[in-house]
Ligand binder design. Structure first.
Ligand code: PMP
Ligand code: GLU
Length: 381
């Protein structure tokens, strides 16, 4: 190695940059250069942050809520969040800088080197990388028909090194909402083997037909269920960076100990905005869910003109199988690059989610934009 070549840790060398955030940046850069780019890549709907949240945040700023606060979160916010979980109090809640930091911290506190975390693929980009950053080993199992969770495959993947099972429903990138029976069987399995069950419920507000079932509700071992949620998608507050963990007090204390050395408290005035999100009329969330369902119907019909595709039942993603459209030797990543270049439509290739042969389509944009994007994709294909 040359003497002045920069050298970073092996830990960092083991992970690559997030492929979702990289594609958002690429699309933005192309726009800056004057290209017309439609993004169906971004993991956020185009809805505005509701006004009561903005007003409360502004008010908190005016009132000088701009200082350090308690590391695990503003007491009023923790108390309010706890109300959604039977038997929980403020001590069962930790407010984090997005669900992303919550998950990162969780793997840091749960995993010793070589510990295994079982999760189903395709899965969100950051799970595996965060487990690796904690010295753990992600163990990926296949999903079943229509990307359903398969508890039998999870059972077969358990070893003496298994520390936790991670589930994500509604799912990013497939849009699957897991059947209650599958969640129950997985919760029973985790309880039986003394494993933590991490339930990423970042999209729990958005389901179309099949209801969301929180793992905590069906688990026989509540002390080992760790629920991770977020204000990002639920309340269109992605830039606020607000998420939370709901779990046994021992887990919250461990996470809080770590957080006291990493970020400290989450932005104080943003937490006041979050409290307003919980207190406001929730009708707007229901309206937005209904709008997303209309967009899902449109996107699904247009996607199926081009590719076989499972009907996503939640979140705002479709994950079609594009293998039938690949040219000789082309991968789904190549296809996504071709669509970005020739159609000006940004999509995230399945490779980002351990699901090659697919692409992820986000239907967070409005119907006109969706229609225009599908027209362009169709033209190129
Ligand atoms: N979990 C899943 C499944 C996600 O898709 C995302 C990205 N929205 C996150 C966690 C992190 O969300 P945030 O940090 O914005 O709360
Ligand atoms: N989770 C969103 C997505 O998958 C946002 C980007 C990210 O943090 O990965 O697109």
């Amino acid at each position: 190695m040359l003497k002045d070549e920069p050298h970073f840790s092996r830990r960092l060398a083991a992970v690559s940059e997030s492929k979702t955030t990289r594609i958002f940046a690429q699309a933005q850069e192309m726009r800056r250069q004057g290209r017309e780019i439609i993004s169906l890549a971004v993991g956020e709907p185009d809805f505005e942050t509701p006004m009561p949240i903005i007003a409360a945040t502004r008010q908190a700023l005016t009132a000088q809520h701009t200082r350090y606060g308690p590391v695990p979160g503003e007491p009023a916010l923790r108390e309010r969040l706890a109300q959604a979980f039977d038997g929980y109090t403020a001590d069962n809640i930790l407010v984090t800088n997005g669900a992303k930091q919550a998950l990162y911290s969780l793997f840091q506190v749960l995993c010793d080197p070589g510990d295994e975390v079982i999760l189903a693929k395709p899965c969100w980009v950051s799970f595996t990388e965060q487990i690796v950053l904690a010295g753990g080993r992600p163990v990926l199992v296949e999903t079943g028909e229509a990307f359903e969770l398969d508890p039998e495959r999870i059972r077969r993947a358990i070893t003496p090194r298994t520390r936790a099972i991670l589930i994500n429903s509604p799912n990013n990138p497939t849009g699957a909402v897991y059947k209650i029976e599958a969640i129950m069987a997985t919760a029973d399995l985790a309880a039986e083997r003394g494993l933590y069950l991490i339930s990423d419920e970042a999209y729990h507000a958005y389901t179309f037909g099949r209801p969301h079932m929180p793992a905590l509700v069906v688990s026989p071992d509540r002390a080992r269920v760790v629920t991770v949620r977020s204000f990002s998608k639920h309340y269109n507050m992605t830039g606020f960076r607000l998420g939370y963990v709901a779990a046994d007090k021992s887990v919250i204390q461990a996470l809080s100990r770590l957080q006291s050395h990493t970020t400290g408290n989450v932005c104080t005035f943003a937490q006041h905005g979050a409290l307003a999100a919980l207190e406001m009329d929730q009708g707007i969330v229901a309206e937005r869910c209904a709008e997303l369902q209309r967009r899902r119907d449109l996107a699904l019909a247009r996607t199926r003109e081009l590719f076989p595709c499972t009907a996503g039942r939640g979140a705002f993603y479709l994950f079609p199988d594009v293998r039938g459209r690949l040219r000789n030797g082309e991968t789904s990543a190549d296809l996504a690059a071709r669509l970005l270049d020739q159609a000006g439509v940004a999509l995230v290739p399945g490779e980002a989610f351990h699901g090659p042969g697919h692409i992820r389509i986000s239907f967070g944009t409005g119907p006109e934009t969706l229609t225009r994007a599908f027209d362009k994709i169709r033209e190129v294909l």
